[in-house]
Design a protein around this ligand. Structure first.
Ligand code: SF4
Length: 167
């Protein structure tokens, strides 16, 4: 059975949500309510449109040279739908997946549904946005408490491994 995801917007060829060109899937629904959030209209899941996985796959597959980013809102607020989407992306393409979330990696590891989604994520940018720690010079994140985590290495090594740009 296919699961739908509440989506605000899908943007192709972004360059700010991870390295290279990316198709960014901005979902609705976020329980974190960080003061200073860049996108408060994303907090209410009802502000999005429920969209089938196949309809989300179309722009992802069209953008041949782009990888994929899940953002929001908070994708970890809809873990079952995003897990199905991520599984489909990994089955049908060789694209890498970045995921932004207000939850911490350690919290996600304690939650069965969120941990299932994590299995298909390459890089996780974790933690809430903290206005007092905002720094516009930071790459791919808003505040300095947020971490860019290499998920697959972290799962293999059993500890949090930060991402190092491979170039
Ligand atoms: S986690 Fe992100 S989308 Fe959610 S309230 Fe915080 S900054 Fe906004």
């Amino acid at each position: 059975m296919s699961v739908a995801i509440s989506i605000l917007e899908i943007v192709q060829d972004t360059t700010v949500d991870g390295p290279g060109l990316r198709t960014s899937i901005y979902c609705a629904g976020c329980p974190n309510r960080c003061p200073g959030c860049h996108n408060p209209q994303s907090w209410d899941i009802k502000n999005g449109h429920y969209t089938d996985i196949e309809d989300i796959m179309r722009p992802i597959e069209e953008a041949i040279f782009s990888d994929v980013t899940f953002s929001g809102g908070d994708p970890m607020f809809q873990p079952e739908g995003f897990a199905e989407l991520a599984r489909t992306i990994k089955k049908r393409t060789n694209k890498n997946i970045w995921c932004y979330t207000g939850f911490l990696f350690e919290e996600i590891m304690e939650n069965d549904k969120q941990r299932e989604l994590l299995k298909y994520i390459d890089i996780l940018v974790d933690g809430r946005f903290v206005e007092a720690l905002k720094d516009e010079k930071l790459l791919f994140r808003g505040s300095s408490n947020q971490r860019i985590i290499d998920v697959q290495r972290s799962l293999q090594q059993g500890e949090t491994v930060l991402w190092k740009e491979e170039r």
